[in-house]
Design a protein around this ligand. Structure first.
Ligand code: ATP
Length: 328
């Protein structure tokens, strides 16, 4: 049984079309799943659905199951326990996710008291250990510091420490390095990756950066306009994409060994589920689209060790751009 399972999840917020549609995904214990797609594709909504957080007045159908328990059926106290002890979220901007008026020590200790039931002294000792484990020196002194005395990278380390301390089995990381200085993004991602492996944690890693996802994830689900369009082992998906959108994401990355004057982009604009065309949502940007693609939404079907939502994926398999051509 998967640790986390989303089955046929749909979320509508009073619009003509659902914001999320037919989302079926699994994450096993200790597995890292990358959730990749352009802005507005529904990545963050999916992550929030795992915590049973939905837009106001939304209609929700389908299932979210964690370790066999239905998250959408949890009452308030079960939900609170689940959010405190089973799933930890790391957000894009750590400054926005932490109370600026409380010390780092108070922040960590409060989490530890609530999730682990530790008393004040034990929580402080554990907080020191946790800061050590995420590479923050002079940990005991640092506990008395306030968020504004930390850099973004350091504060994101604190968030990782807090996630580890909660005992969560699944970490939801929503673009955890986007708000950080480029020079420290890699450090934070590597730390998250290392600690996740050491502690055998599952990870849902949300990013628009396919390269990053391939580097640290076992599997990748690509989203487009509120739907999953490809979900396959990371290396296979990168080397031999089966959906034209995945191939387009790979194709518009700059080559490592090329001088880049201008970043390539996929022609057309990303669409949200609400504005997607009929049939395959990607059809108006896809150079391989045929009439069928404009008429009928393809199913997400089992293919190439994963699942792909494209009428033409099998016949295009040899044609689509591969990530390999960039890896000299
Ligand atoms: N509270 C809300 N009410 C109505 N629509 C919403 C709400 N939150 C998000 N949406 C819409 O749902 C779609 C998906 O949003 P989501 O934030 O999940 O995208 P994303 O893939 O995470 O994008 P980004 O990379 O920019 O964060 C967007 O079209 C967005 O406008």
């Amino acid at each position: 049984m998967a640790l986390l399972e989303l089955h046929d999840l749909a979320v509508s917020a009073g619009r003509r079309r659902p914001l999320l549609e037919r989302i079926t995904l699994t994450v096993d214990s200790g597995e890292a799943l990358g959730l990749v797609g352009e802005s507005g594709s529904g990545k963050s909504l999916t992550a929030r659905a795992i915590l049973k957080v939905f837009p106001n007045n939304s209609q929700v159908s389908g299932r979210v199951t964690f370790d066999g328990d239905s998250v959408l059926d949890m009452d308030a106290s079960a939900l609170q326990r689940y959010r405190r002890t089973q799933v930890a979220m790391i957000f894009q901007d750590p400054f926005a996710a932490i109370n600026p008026l409380r010390s780092i020590g108070d922040f960590l200790a409060e989490g530890l008291r609530m999730s682990q039931g530790l008393n004040r002294r034990a929580a402080e000792e554990r907080a020191v250990q946790l800061l050590d484990s995420v590479g923050i020196s002079r940990a005991r002194t640092r506990l008395r510091h306030f968020p504004h005395e930390f850099s973004g990278g350091m504060l994101q380390r604190v968030m990782i420490a807090s996630a580890l301390g909660s005992g969560a089995r699944l970490i939801l990381a929503d673009e955890p390095t986007t708000a950080l200085d480029v020079s420290i993004q890699a450090e934070v991602v590597l730390l998250l990756d290392e600690l996740r492996r050491e502690n055998d944690l599952a990870l849902l890693f949300i990013t628009h950066d396919l390269d990053l996802a391939v580097a640290i994830c076992d599997r990748i689900a690509v989203m487009y306009a509120g739907r999953v369009v490809e979900d396959r082992p990371a290396v296979q998906l990168y080397d031999q994409p089966r959906h034209p959108y995945t191939a387009a994401l790979i194709g518009c990355r700059p080559a490592v060994d090329e001088r880049v004057d201008r970043l390539a982009s996929i022609p057309g604009n990303p669409v949200s589920a609400a504005t997607a065309p009929n049939g395959c949502s990607f059809n108006d940007r896809c150079s391989h689209a045929v009439d069928l693609c404009r008429l009928e939404l393809p199913d997400l079907t089992a293919e190439a060790e994963g699942r792909v939502r494209c009428h033409r994926s099998v016949e295009l398999a040899e044609t689509l751009v591969s990530g390999r051509r960039w890896t000299a």
